[in-house]
Design a protein around this ligand. Structure first.
Ligand SMILES: NC(=O)c1ccc[n+]([C@@H]2O[C@H](COP(=O)([O-])OP(=O)(O)OC[C@H]3O[C@@H](n4cnc5c(N)ncnc54)[C@H](OP(=O)(O)O)[C@@H]3O)[C@@H](O)[C@H]2O)c1
Length: 258
């Protein structure tokens, strides 16, 4: 595969693993993240075909200038994998902070939108290109203690779906990626959360790349967990859902978890 690929949030976790695997497949990579030292390590590890772009996805000017650098280096993009993300959790009985929402939406929703705004006009003009946004299975229902995160991923799922349908017939593809739990720096912070079917990042990255390459509209995994979340959990009546979901919260509170 000789693609020119942007991966946002490539300094750790899923982004870093996708970068490693796509580099092995012969792709030219533009990698972003705020940690410059990590990006330098990636260049050392992966070689000359990597363009490191240190900066913040929440800053539209930074994103625009990064895309200008990508155009200058690669002439454009075949794939834009918009993966940068963050999370915040709190028990709403103890603390509800609009700042948590601003922070998480800033990266998970507006960071994604900043990049779509930057890359889309050239993809439309070229009548080709793939935008793959990383949402989450957590976006299918409002999860207690994860209000900022699960609602930001619900917004990302709807944003990507709206874009996918809106771009029908243009040649530009939109892929919604919804992983389940993956062992990364992010989940290391969710110390006492139940994480069924936890995957290693290399395996999750492999599934993400395979799904995007296969031309899928949505890449949700691992099965059967993703099937359960999308078709059962999502459709539980509120009276049942509230009991099931709050049971998990009580257990975490009793164990003193974050
Ligand atoms: N791990 C899971 O279980 C799981 C499940 C479903 C979906 N996801 C999603 O998968 C994506 C990757 O997460 P991960 O698990 O690999 O977590 P991670 O290891 O914490 O990686 C997050 C990446 O996003 C970057 N990032 C965060 N804030 C940023 C900002 N303001 N500007 C630019 N880059 C920023 C980080 O880089 P810097 O810190 O260097 O900026 C890092 O490279 C996220 O969208 C996450 O929501 C993860």
């Amino acid at each position: 595969m000789n693609h020119r690929v942007l991966i946002t949030g490539a300094t750790s976790g899923l982004g870093r693993e996708m970068a490693r695997q796509l580099a092995r497949q012969g792709c030219r990579l533009a990698l972003t993240g705020r940690r410059d030292d990590r990006l330098k390590e990636m260049v050392k590890e992966l070689g000359a075909d990597v363009l490191p772009l240190a900066g913040d996805a929440t800053d539209p000017a930074c994103v625009k200038s990064h895309y200008a650098s990508i155009k200058a280096a690669f002439g454009g993009l075949d794939w834009a994998i918009l993966n940068a993300g963050t999370s915040a959790s709190a028990d709403a009985k103890e603390r509800f902070s609009a700042d948590d929402y601003r922070l998480v939406y800033g990266v998970n929703v507006f960071g994604m939108a900043n990049w779509i705004e930057a890359v889309l006009p050239d993809m439309l003009a070229a009548k080709t290109g793939t935008i793959a946004g990383v949402a989450s299975l957590a976006g299918y229902r409002g999860l207690p203690r994860s209000g900022p995160y699960s609602s930001s991923k619900a917004a990302a799922i709807a944003l990507l779906e709206s874009l996918r349908v809106g771009l029908r017939g243009t040649g530009v593809r939109v892929v919604t990626v919804c992983p389940g739990f993956v062992r990364t720096e992010m989940t290391a912070r969710w110390r006492d959360a139940d994480m069924p079917f936890l995957l290693e990042p290399a395996e999750a990255a492999r599934r993400m790349i395979a799904g995007i390459a296969a031309g899928k509209k949505e890449v949700a995994f691992p099965r059967p967990f993703s099937t359960f979340v999308k078709y059962v959990f999502r459709n539980l009546p509120n009276c049942v859902y509230d009991r099931v979901a709050s049971r998990g919260t009580r257990r975490r509170l009793n164990s003193g978890g974050a």
